[in-house]
Design a protein around this ligand. Structure first.
Ligand SMILES: [Zn+2]
Length: 210
């Protein structure tokens, strides 16, 4: 598979949640000397001087309290493959309007095979058009996380959010833990990352981190 260089700006955008009509989740923004990006469940920041791109300034203060008083430094050790073993669900990509259908490669027809008999038929994904419709989902062939959690001091975090921290590919330290209902804050290289816990893990898989 092709490896793509992920720019810092793209990295920050991947922490945003555009389209939910909150100014601060639309795009990375700058405030009190840092650049932040958040989707409301996870927030990342880096000193402004270390951010390679431009970010809009947001005046309304919304973010720094998450990081206030972050003064611990507890190294977090974990097994990445143990976490990645929780990737048990098929991954889909959402195809944009008028994109070529990936299943039939735009031909509109696929070949069905049954005991050496072959039959051409309309592609069941694009219904013979060869073009994928808006919001059309297609399997990528990869797996992704199902519902699963990691715990820090018995406090559950969504594994998908914790994995965003893992993907920064830096040594991770816990720098703030307040309670089971407040964001837990980590440091990874030049980045600080706060993750909001969930209240319960139900019967879903859990990996204890700390
Ligand atoms: Zn098709």
């Amino acid at each position: 598979m092709e490896t793509k260089e992920i720019t810092q700006e793209k990295l920050f955008q991947s922490f945003c949640a555009p389209g939910i009509f909150r100014e601060y989740t639309e795009a990375p923004f700058e405030q009190n000397g840092y650049v932040y990006a958040t989707n409301g469940h996870i927030i990342i920041r880096t000193p402004k001087d270390l951010y390679c791109s431009q970010a809009a300034t947001l005046e309304k203060p919304i973010s720094s309290f998450v990081f206030d008083g972050a003064n611990k430094s507890i190294a977090i050790d974990f097994n990445v493959s143990e976490i990645e073993a929780l990737k048990t669900e098929p991954e889909y990509r959402v195809l944009k309007k008028s994109q070529e259908c990936g299943t039939c490669e735009g031909f509109g027809e696929v070949t069905w095979e049954f005991e050496h008999h072959e039959r051409e038929d309309d592609c069941p994904v694009c219904y013979g058009s060869g073009i994928a419709e808006a919001e059309h989902k297609e399997l990528t062939g990869n797996t992704t996380f199902g519902t699963a959690y990691v715990t820090i001091y018995d406090t559950p975090l969504d594994v998908k959010l914790f994995y965003k921290l893992v993907q920064l590919n830096e040594p991770i330290a816990l720098i703030k833990y307040t309670s089971k209902t407040q964001a837990i804050v980590f440091k990874a290289g030049q980045y600080d990352v706060g993750i909001m816990p969930v209240s319960s893990t139900g019967d879903y898989p859990v990996i204890k981190i700390l």
